[in-house]
Design a binder for this molecule. Structure first.
Ligand SMILES: C[S@@+](CC[C@H](N)C(=O)[O-])C[C@H]1O[C@@H](n2cnc3c(N)ncnc32)[C@H](O)[C@@H]1O
Ligand code: SF4
Length: 388
């Protein structure tokens, strides 16, 4: 078994030899993981040979979403846990060196897209330094960031300078009052300034994420589209999901993808483009008048589990294989205990090869067959912890 690839791998291998010896004094007992199930390292994959690690449902790992912090300056009603939430202890938050190391190993396993998220990623001090480290890694084709935009006006230039090319900014409403109600703390003007600063800094595309909630902002779908078209932005509509444990989700509050599509199409005719690379969460559509593209993410009513190639890394180093997972697999402990690159790479491959998550498929099947889906019966990791 070999670890092959670019510059980072060779140096990682050299470092790993030193660590292995030091680590043999009984640090990790050969098993990462928090769930009591042991992980048997299997084999590390050289994705250059197109032998990607597949999960049980034959899905490769292609994308990694990294929560760089679980802290957030907003309290969006649809995201933040209402129940007690214990913030991750700062000592447990992965350093930039640790994140870079894990990313390097994921790149070996076939990942080529990384998204930085949170919590609010721009709250992480010196985030641009992490971006600078990641953009130069061999095998990385796409690095993106999702932000609430609150401090984007000050940071856009530094992010672009560090090597970020594109960005997603969350914006659910164009009404200052509604914005305040939804985020509890936010100021709409800050986000608008952040969006324009991102464009000025050369980030392209700037995509706008809007979660549509029945009775709250479903009357703003056209306004948001018009705003995006007017400013050369790309809208991403997201169905409201039952992420986490206490966001008072109900199916009635979810505006189905089909309805969002019809609303836009009736005003601005669209043609379907499809999912980017065949496995992106959004289905893209283009305006027939040449006014750009929009995307709609229909995780609830049109689940796409069968093509889901996303892994997630929590701010404290847990590998999570589904947005609706109940637990993750601790990579930080073995890493801090001195595990070699090879060992960690095998552990990741092993976790992925056991993956059989298809939560959204099952939710939709349950809703259809019994109508008795109970979102709170399944205790999930919070969105701010695992990175949306
Ligand atoms: C968890 S946030 C983290 C990044 C950043 N704080 C932000 O708001 O963009 C990532 C994305 O998840 C979306 N999101 C949060 N809760 C959601 C929910 N219940 N259903 C659908 N999308 C949700 C947000 O709107 C945002 O676009
Ligand atoms: S959606 Fe983003 S900004 Fe809103 S509470 Fe969640 S993490 Fe914070």
């Amino acid at each position: 078994m070999t670890l092959r690839g670019g510059r980072g791998v060779k140096s990682g291998k050299r470092k790993a030899q030193g660590r292995e010896r030091k680590g043999e004094g009984g640090r990790i007992e050969g098993r990462p993981g928090q769930n009591g199930r042991g992980i048997e390292p299997k084999s590390c994959i050289d994705h250059n040979n197109d032998m990607a690690t597949l999960d049980i449902l034959k899905r490769p790992v292609r994308d990694l979403r990294i929560s760089v912090t679980d802290r957030c300056n907003y309290r969006c009603t649809y995201c933040m846990p209402r129940d007690e939430y214990t913030w991750i202890d700062r000592a447990k938050i992965l350093s930039f060196e640790e994140i870079e190391r894990i990313v390097r190993l994921f790149l070996l396993l076939g990942v080529d897209k990384i998204r930085l998220t949170g919590g609010e990623p721009l709250l992480r001090k010196d985030l641009e330094k992490l971006i600078g480290r990641l953009v130069s890694l061999d095998g990385l084709k796409d690095l993106s960031l999702t932000t609430n935009g609150a401090s984007l006006a000050e940071k856009a230039e530094a992010l672009a300078w560090a090597g970020l090319r594109r960005i997603n900014v969350s914006l659910d409403t164009l009404s200052p009052e509604k914005f305040r109600q939804l985020t509890k703390r936010g100021n709409l003007q800050d986000v608008l300034s952040g969006i324009f600063a991102a464009q000025k800094a050369g980030l392209n595309p700037v995509k706008i994420n809007a979660v549509i909630l029945r009775g709250t902002n479903d009357d703003e779908i056209i306004d948001l589209v018009q705003f995006a078209r007017q400013h050369g932005l790309e809208m991403r509509f997201i169905e409201y999901m039952d992420v986490g444990n206490a966001n008072s989700w109900s199916l009635e509050k979810t505006v189905p993808k089909k309805e969002i599509l019809q609303t836009v199409h009736s005003r601005f005719p669209l043609a379907e483009v499809g999912r980017r690379d065949g496995h992106a969460p959004a289905v893209d559509y283009r305006f027939l008048d040449g006014g750009g593209n929009i995307g709609i993410i229909g995780s609830v009513t049109e689940p796409f589990c069968s093509s889901c190639t996303r892994a997630r890394l929590t701010a404290d180093g847990r590998l999570v294989t589904c947005l609706f997972a109940q637990q993750g697999y601790d990579l930080k402990k073995p890493m801090r205990g001195g595990a070699s690159d090879e060992w960690i790479c095998e552990a990741i491959a092993s976790v992925w090869s056991r993956r059989q998550d298809r939560y959204s498929d099952l939710r939709w099947e349950t809703i259809h067959s019994t109508g008795a889906y109970q979102p709170r019966a399944h205790k999930k990791i919070e969105m701010i912890t695992l990175g949306g």
